[in-house]
Design a binder for this molecule. Sequence first.
Ligand SMILES: [Zn+2]
Length: 218
Amino acid sequence: MPQGFRLLIIAGVHGQEPQSAFLLEKISNDFTLVEKEPCRVFSSSKNDLEIYSIPRFNEYGLLNKIRGNENKVDLNRNLPAGNWSKEFSHIDYNPGPIAASEPETKKLVSLIKGFEPDLIISIHTNHFVTVKHPPQVNFDGELESHGFKLAQMLSELINLELTCDIGYSTPGSLGSYAKDLKIPCITLELDDELDNDESLERYEMPLKKFLGAVYKAQ
Ligand SMILES: [Zn+2]
């Protein structure tokens, strides 16, 4: 484990996946609020483990129960990844007029550039638009890396299958952007059929155990 491990955790990217936001808010409840606009950012620092947490990345989408943000842009297709494309197969995948057009995306990009995380965890549910996929721990990055070992550990703790290909292309996604920057990224796709309380019951302890294991390893 490298010294000074930095972890970025984000949830509530899609407004119809409120369970992800609920879960990360609970996990971040003793973190310090460091930024408010366009989305609240919390931080925590214990020994050499630093965490930045964004539980409600797409505040507008969460409040209005829609996938996109105020401009109906899918924030997980708007990152300035090399594979960003203005083409889209479904209106719910609207990537925006240009890469990083949205205020939320700009904030995330500047945070990633300033914080330089060693690992990104992006929490979603398996709520789907066109392609149904099971709940899973999806990993973007090198298979021989420390990040992959952490993804394996999380997969075991949370009892969800570890995959490296979600089964469809995700241009402009956070996973694609992180891959460009060589930052390992875990996209956690929780079971969408569970409500907020059920998600908390099912996933809170495994996630806390995971963070505890990362913390202890420092
Ligand atoms: Zn999602």
